[in-house]
Design a protein around this ligand. Sequence first.
Ligand code: HEC
Length: 157
Amino acid sequence: MTPYRIYLAAAMTALASTAAVAAPPEPGKNQLERGRHLIRIAGCNDCHTPGYAQKNGQVDEKLWLTGDSLGWAGPWGTTYATNLRLMMASMTERQWLHHARHMEPRPPMPWFNVRAMSDAELKAIYAYTRSLGPGGAPAPAYVPPGQKAQGPVVQFP
Ligand code: HEC
């Protein structure tokens, strides 16, 4: 081979491997299972899935992460666990990673636990949540301190 041909062959190999890396990553079965597992053990369903804690986790997976209308009332006002299915349906993976690393929602959302997750864990959670599809309705709107919330609330001192 002439030097030129060697150069060409090397360039083409480099191009081929770039193309392989740049292909949009399809969530594999393992990634989805990892996401599902993390959602379960990190307690996300406890608040973000209606009735999950009260029913000992026996809630149809179709309802997982659709948010809840149970209010959490305290000095911060009244918060409602967000519908994560709708939220993630409107975000790119990049936006989710950025959001997860910077968000500081009100109590009792343990945002510091989400921030402690690795990129791979956050990506798995994103892939799994999106695989469920954008189900359910948005959670009730946040109620500021001093205003009465509609419906049942868990009252913090
Ligand atoms: C103890 C209850 C509770 C648990 C457990 C919980 N959340 Fe939340 N989460 C909430 C509440 C309540 C809100 C709404 C907070 C607000 O309105 O400021 C929320 C909001 C969020 C938001 C939206 C934040 C924003 O910027 O609007 C995300 C994303 C989220 N939670 C992800 C998770 C994930 C992932 C897990 C599991 C690791 C989890 N949550 C576990 C109660 C909880």
